[in-house]
Design a binder for this molecule. Structure first.
Ligand code: URA
Length: 432
């Protein structure tokens, strides 16, 4: 039997722990034998001393073994692909990638989370669709992936209970932003859900967990390494989160934009990311196509209406109304206008995300309820030339007071200058 105090002390002194020691610590914590205060102290020691690749793998493996696992590929008799984003402002990519990939004949079954703070969660966006059910049991989830080709649900069953408990503890002990703990938290859930190949999207910038490309590369490399150690194929794209993705930020607004995007009418940055992620998923799937061919097929599904049809079938299968007119609309829409003519040099993602949160579109505490109709639509993006008085963004609010506060925040998030910012695309790097 391990003594948790010894493991804390040894990690604090920078020693490497054995796989068995890490496994016993994690499983003991999940059972309630290791108390919160010792686990929190261990996480803080990890903050200062780090974990080696093999320690991070042992941690991930123990987290997976803390609960049930799902063999979706075996159940379907197909190679199963999955996608995960570390989260950002306006990131509705999964809502669009799912129907595109499924329309191309590759089953897509995804377990998603809710949003906390300024980043939105896929489940919250889906719940803005009237009638949509995010809770399916495992059998119903597998059956829907088999028959419809697509399901996105909340975490079902007892998958990775260690992460649920550990994440809640990290959240209140200043131990969330520790790369090996983030890597094992994300990858344990992806690996337990049974995908054979995974495309990861690590967001980089002021609206993301990872503020710099260097930090994002370290997280990406650790996640790719964890996947490989478990025998899965993993590709990680690093993408820009210095400005919101697309124009829409806020749940129902983002659903509309995702549907526009799969109908080939989306904003350029989101459309590019959806095409790229879909192409990577198709090239990792059992279709046996190259990245270029995957991209062509994804593009075709977006232009010929098949991705939109798949979207509608999927939403109906989970009880929702796919008609965009059924989505809730906020009663007050207020414009934010350019104070001068020039070029947009910055649309800071973080304050836009916070404006949407304060409008009621996100939650500060886990149990807060959210208003699905509110948010911000940033029609002007970095690099765009604007005239004085031109509309930069629209604030969608439930009342005039919250609209006025959000308008000030959104206006402050925009910077307008005389020189064009250095151009770069949405895709910053790929780690494979
Ligand atoms: N997302 C997760 O699932 N876990 C983390 O630790 C951070 C982000």
């Amino acid at each position: 039997m391990i003594r948790a105090a010894d493991l804390i002390e040894r990690k604090r002194n920078g020693e490497q722990l054995s796989n068995d020691e890490i496994s016993e610590l994690v499983l003991g914590f999940t059972r309630g034998d290791v108390p919160d205060y010792q686990m929190a102290a261990w996480c803080m020691a990890v903050y200062f001393k780090g974990l080696t690749g093999s320690e991070t793998h042992a941690l991930t493996d123990a987290m997976i073994r803390s609960g049930e696992t799902l063999e979706l590929g075996k159940a379907l008799g197909r190679k199963v692909v999955d996608k995960h984003s570390t989260g950002g402002v306006g990131d509705k990519t999964s809502l669009a990638v799912g129907p595109v990939v499924a329309a191309c004949g590759v089953p897509f079954g995804k377990m998603s989370g809710r949003g906390l703070g300024h980043t939105g969660g896929t489940l919250d966006k889906l719940e803005s669709i009237p009638g949509f059910r995010v809770e399916l049991d495992i059998d119903a989830f597998v059956e829907q992936v088999r028959t419809v080709g697509l399901a996105i649900v909340g975490q079902t069953g007892d998958l990775v209970p260690a992460d649920k408990k550990l994440y809640a503890l990290r959240d209140v002990t200043a131990t969330v932003d520790i790369v090996p703990l983030i890597a094992s938290s994300i990858m344990s859930k992806k690996l337990a859900a049974g995908a054979d190949a995974i495309v990861l999207d690590v967001k980089v910038g002021d609206g993301a967990f990872m503020k710099t490309l260097d930090d994002a590369r370290i997280l990406a490399e650790q996640m790719v390494d964890l996947g490989r150690r478990e025998g899965r194929e993993v590709v990680c794209v690093l993408t820009d989160m210095d400005q919101p993705l697309g124009a829409a930020v806020g749940n129902a607004l983002e659903v509309r934009e995702a549907v526009d995007t799969i109908s080939a009418e989306g904003p350029p940055d989101l459309s590019e990311l959806v095409l790229d992620a879909s192409a990577r998923l198709l090239s990792l799937s059992d279709l046996g196509v190259s990245l270029e061919e995957g991209r062509e097929r994804a593009q075709q599904a977006m232009t010929d209406g098949s991705a939109r049809e798949t979207y509608e079938r999927w939403i109906r299968a989970q009880g929702g109304d796919p008609d965009l007119d059924a989505l809730p609309r906020a009663p007050f829409v207020t414009e934010v206008r350019a104070p001068r003519a020039g070029i947009v040099t910055r649309v800071a993602a973080l304050p836009i995300g916070i404006a949407s949160l304060e409008l009621g579109g996100g939650r500060r505490q886990k149990d807060d309820t959210i208003d699905h109709s509110v948010g911000v639509v940033c029609s002007a993006k970095r690099g765009q030339t604007v005239a004085a008085g031109q509309v930069l963004a629209d604030v969608h609010a439930r009342d005039e007071e919250s609209a006025a506060r959000a308008v000030d925040m959104v206006a402050a998030a925009y910077e307008i200058g005389d020189e064009a910012p250095a151009p770069h695309g949405i895709l910053l790097d790929v780690i494979a």
